[in-house]
Design a protein around this ligand. Structure first.
Ligand SMILES: [Zn+2]
Length: 521
């Protein structure tokens, strides 16, 4: 049950906000009068309004973005900016709580604590302290994962479910791997579903009986697309082979120096299938045509970025090209935030299938000119970062989320691990394992994020396979295509509402773009 209490009632308060966002005339309510006042003010009339309150989207300026936010709020679509003066968990102000993680917390437990902290700060302005369980126990704690005082009964921890319950004044969140974040999503869901007005207090009731819940996905408006360039099924299996034996061409048989990872996280998410990558000519694709199919939903010729063959002069011969909209542009046009992150160069084919439209991936100057020109249009991106083989990609990926996730309409973020392909071409086992692991970490973070934000969809796939990587009957891994791309189908791992279309299916790669269009449009 959910109760909404007016903040003017006598409740203990930590970090209470003293102003009401949207209340332009300072009459303590947000209604049509504020909307009218804001429009008149923005049309240049000399009237006094509360500028702090009129900055609905909290971007530091008072402009048309705020009238849109006001319309959305009055229509019940969204509540931008700070929403609650106080949040209570089982009638205790959330400001009284500490977030507690295990001394040797897993990445999932740390990320869950961070996302919970950031969400609460965004929703009510309270900066919760996060401590390790080696610290002195305090009365009000949100215990994340396997802390030394969580004591979650073994029999309630189910695969594919999360646990949230209360014990006296403690809130306990648990679950296997990224499911530990499910409890954060549980709390955020209740807050989002409430019709509480700004500047009101809200109580979240958490059951005292320990039980597990399955995740209920919502129609996605936050989409992560991960492209492992050149990543076939076998690249993901090699990266988790705990005792691989490999042979490059005529070289000796040996164990790679790079240690594999225990789990390739995308393979643990529910909907698994495969994609057909062949280009418009039914032949092996390059990265440009492969990424264009994923970005636009159209197969094209190798080398083309965001363009497909056309008969523009009507002579019956398709010897010209026309531009086709890509999913990132569609997202931007619909007011979503967008980002492109890649371990390729800024002129790389994959990132540019989401940025430019040109017949040849080789014309680097034209590609850079088109990228620059984007920034003054409605198709602009919120975050763009490309750096060749850089380990900073995980930090940059998180920065891209930060740059996008306060957009109330949602976001589209394309992240590419480009080097799986480049090292596959060199038939370099160690670096293929290393770069599949680098992609793996980002997908694990995205899965944790999605547990907290149920309106998220994740797709992990590839543009094509590189190297014909195969494990022989003798148990030895070998490259069978001399470093060339192959036409082998690639994996599709997907999470979120509607992604069951990929379950156990072999789809054209263009279906992935169509799925993303349906989410962002
Ligand atoms: Zn490629």
């Amino acid at each position: 049950m959910l109760t909404v209490i007016l903040s003017f009632s006598a409740v203990s308060c930590i970090g209470r906000n003293t102003h009401t966002i949207g209340d332009c005339n300072n009459d303590k309510t947000v209604d049509g009068k504020d909307s009218q006042l804001l429009c008149r003010y923005l049309s240049g009339e000399y009237i006094l309004i509360s500028k702090g309150n009129a900055d609905l989207n909290s971007d530091g300026v008072c402009n048309s973005g705020d009238t849109k936010a006001m319309r959305d709020y009055l229509a019940g679509v969204s509540m931008p900016g700070t929403r609650f003066s106080d949040i209570f968990l089982n009638n205790l102000n959330i400001g009284n709580y500490k977030i507690v993680i295990p001394e040797n917390a897993t990445s999932f437990e740390k990320w869950t604590a961070q996302i919970l902290h950031d969400s609460i700060e965004e929703l009510c302005g309270i900066d919760l302290e996060t401590v390790k369980d080696s610290k002195q126990e305090t009365p009000c704690e949100i215990l994340i994962g396997a802390t030394n005082r969580s004591n979650v009964p073994e029999n309630i921890l189910k695969d594919g479910e999360y646990v949230i319950f209360a014990r006296t004044t403690k809130i306990i969140l648990s679950g296997k791997d990224y499911y530990v974040a499910g409890g954060v999503g549980h709390i955020l869901n209740i807050l989002e579903k409430s019709n509480a007005l700004w500047n009101t207090s809200i109580n979240v009731d958490i059951s005292y009986s320990a039980k597990s819940y399955s995740v209920e996905w919502k129609q996605p408006d936050k989409v992560f697309l991960f492209i492992g360039d050149g990543m076939g099924f076998n690249h993901t299996i090699l990266a988790t082979d705990q005792a691989p034996v490999v042979q490059h061409a005529e070289s000796s048989i040996h164990a790679p120096d790079e240690k594999g990872t225990d789990v390739f996280w995308p393979s643990t998410i529910e909907n698994k299938g495969e994609a057909i990558t062949l280009n418009i000519q039914q032949s092996t694709t390059d990265s440009a045509a492969g990424a264009t199919a994923l970005s636009t939903g159209y197969k094209t010729l190798n080398g083309a970025l965001g363009m497909i063959p056309a008969d523009l002069d009507g002579d019956g011969v398709e010897n010209e090209f026309r531009s086709v909209l890509n999913v990132r542009e569609a997202a931007a046009l619909n007011g979503l935030a967008t980002a492109v992150v890649s371990t390729d160069k800024l002129t790389g084919a994959t990132p540019n299938a989401f940025l430019v439209h040109h017949t040849s991936r080789k014309d680097r100057n034209i590609i850079l000119e088109q990228q620059t020109a984007l920034t003054s249009t409605r198709l602009d991106y919120n975050y763009l970062w490309c750096s060749y083989d850089s380990d900073e990609v995980f930090d940059e990926f998180k920065k891209a989320i930060d740059a996008c996730d306060d957009n109330k309409n949602g976001f589209f973020i394309m992240t590419e691990e480009a080097m799986i392909d480049k090292y596959g071409e060199k038939m370099d086992f160690d670096n293929v394992i290393r770069t599949v692991k680098r992609l793996n970490t980002m997908t694990a973070y995205a899965a944790t994020y999605a547990m907290c934000h149920r309106d998220t969809a994740i797709i992990v796939t590839a543009d094509h396979e590189t190297g014909g990587l195969t494990k022989g009957e003798d148990g030895i891994w070998r490259w069978t295509s001399n470093g060339e791309h192959t036409g082998t189908n690639v994996p599709v791992f997907a999470m979120g509402a509607g992604t069951d279309i990929f379950y156990d299916c072999s789809v054209q790669n263009t279906v992935i773009a169509k799925f993303i269009f349906s989410a962002v449009e």
